[in-house]
Write a protein that binds this ligand. Sequence first.
Ligand code: ADE
Length: 385
Amino acid sequence: MAIISSKPQPPEPDDLSQSELFSDGISKKPSGKRIPPNGKLPDLSNAKQPLLEPEAKPEERSQQEERLRPRRLSEYIGQKDLKEVLDIAIQAAKVRQETLDHLLLYGPPGLGKTTLSLILAEEMGVGCKMTTAPALERPRDIAGLLLGLQPGDVLFIDEIHRLPKVTEEILYAAMEDFRLDVTLGKGSSARTRSIPLKHFTLVGATTRVGALTSPLRDRFGLIQRLRFYEIDELLQIVLRTAGILKMAVSDEGATEIARRSRGTPRIANRLLKRVRDYVQVKELGNLTEAIAAEALERYNIDPLGLDWTDRRLLTVMIENFNGGPVGLETIAAATGEDAQTIEEVYEPYLLQIGYLNRTPRGRIATAAAWKHLGYTPPDSQLSIL
Ligand code: ADE
């Protein structure tokens, strides 16, 4: 199992066998300016790594998974500033006996938007109805949900940037005046009726806050970003989950999992479960750092948590475009990945760890990325750092 070393490797001559490694369409033609990759080439031959995809998998929405979620704000690890803002909003709303203001949560997937929404409802002692914007296709879908809300309830709409226009327009009056405007009849006999709604809190979640229309965005009283988690926060999350799963884990073993989790709790919990499988099947007992590293290497998870797609994106930038600048659409076309997925799912973490820069002229793979993948950065790239 090839794991890419983050340490610089001794240079090796470029040869045909290395070009053949790029047989999946990344780079058939070595570019004239290509710096000979030194040491190991990234392992691009294996399939995509679903373990590192930050979106929830269907089985992760099961009842059993629900017990891993923190239920109260005090149990929630990380997002310190956001927790403080929410805590104040909750306390103020309770004192005034009002519903919470509408809240928009944005940030990369897997960071806890759904969990926070459930926590808000729990803290306020109200119910939480959950849906996703693409499911609200017809006016009656959103009308049914709104009419079913109890006083103070939280209505969670995931991927809110994907709301169909008709649904979004119904939400305006619902959010602002707690009123449902319905049109009865058709043509010249059509009449509009307003139905009063119970006061509720809309929690919208999105990975693309910029894609929201301003009338919708302006109706949220609180707009908050979730950021990637630090290693020590992920460590605490892994230890907490291990406790719930009754797993014996050393701090070092949990740290190794945290380090490879791309700053994302959902991935940390998923890796922990895969490591648990490994330990159980191999009858290894306590989860030490060495065992965690060994297990994760078996799953082909890079020491920094980079997966096949990250490595492919960076490798294409380096191999085909000499590290950039290169436009998003060009990267998408060269890799066969969806531009929006690259932008929303892959780039945020690569930006966070300093492997990618966004410039007006396009994306640039930084010198750190070149080195991580075993290439020698050109001088022009070094001056960027
Ligand atoms: N499980 C997943 N995310 C968590 C968090 N932020 N705090 C505690 N447990 C978690």
